[in-house]
Design a protein. Structure first.
Length: 252
């Protein structure tokens, strides 16, 4: 009953603001897709390809994300697979309509659509760059969310918050290791979308607050937190959602 009261307290203005906020994300997603059509596998934008021994691929029976630009793209692809899978399960849950109100459903569906686009973008971009070596493209990962209750609003939103915050800090931390200008532009566009996602989820959890820029995600210099790939992979591993083993021997 308390949840219903909290939902009614959200003004129509706030609802419209959230939806417009995510519509801006949709525009960023669309423009990212346009960049993909303008990039070809033989145009590296001036970046240096990784040594052959650092390309993504299976090593000692386990897929390694690789190094260089393709390693960073594959790392991002792994994270986008996780986010896309999570929101797919959220919006397809049998209790989705009863767990979330109409506004929340629209926002979560927006996030689902964005993350699926991100996942498919990276799949296509990496496949294009490695068109002669499809075995070097990260396979579909398997996920298990354990005891996470997809019928519990707070559990779902708290998990979404963790994933979105992690995504933002992952892109922020990985950008410095990207050499190819086109790839860096793409990463910048996607992290701006991820940041909007994080802000929207935080506002659903605590409407009208300043949590969208809380001290846990913005440092004393007013900058988003950034983490290296090794830190992100460790944090994601601790969640135990990803069931497919992979390594990242060549990422910082």
């Amino acid at each position: 009953m308390r949840k219903k009261v909290e939902v009614k307290e959200v003004s129509q203005g706030n609802q419209n603001s959230r939806r417009n906020f995510l519509k801006m994300s949709g525009l960023a997603v669309a423009s990212t897709g346009l960049i993909l059509t303008g990039c070809s596998s033989d145009d590296d934008g001036g970046g240096s390809p990784p040594e052959d021994n650092q390309l993504p691929g299976v090593r000692n029976g386990v897929f390694d994300l690789g190094g260089g630009d393709l390693g960073i793209l594959t790392y991002a692809y792994a994270l986008e697979q996780l986010e896309a899978d999570f929101y797919t399960r959220v919006v397809n849950s049998n209790t989705f309509g009863s767990t979330f109100n109409n506004e929340e459903q629209q926002i979560l569906e927006d996030l689902y659509n964005h993350e699926v686009i991100h996942r498919e973008f990276f799949r296509t971009a990496i496949s294009g760059a490695l068109q002669d070596s499809p075995e070097r493209v990260l396979p579909d990962l398997q996920f298990d969310y354990g005891n996470l209750n997809f019928s519990d609003r707070m559990s779902v939103l708290t998990t979404a918050k963790a994933l979105e915050d992690t995504g933002v800090s992952a892109y922020n931390g990985a950008g410095q290791y990207i050499n190819t200008p086109d790839y860096l532009v793409i990463a910048g566009k996607i992290v701006s979308v991820e940041a909007r996602h994080a802000a929207a989820i935080r506002d659903l959890l605590n409407p009208g607050s300043a949590d969208f820029a809380g001290n846990d995600i913005v440092d004393a210099n007013g900058l988003d937190v950034s983490q290296m790939p090794s830190q992100i992979i460790s944090a994601v591993s601790d969640l135990n959602f990803i069931q497919t083993d992979f390594t990242a021997m060549y990422l910082p």
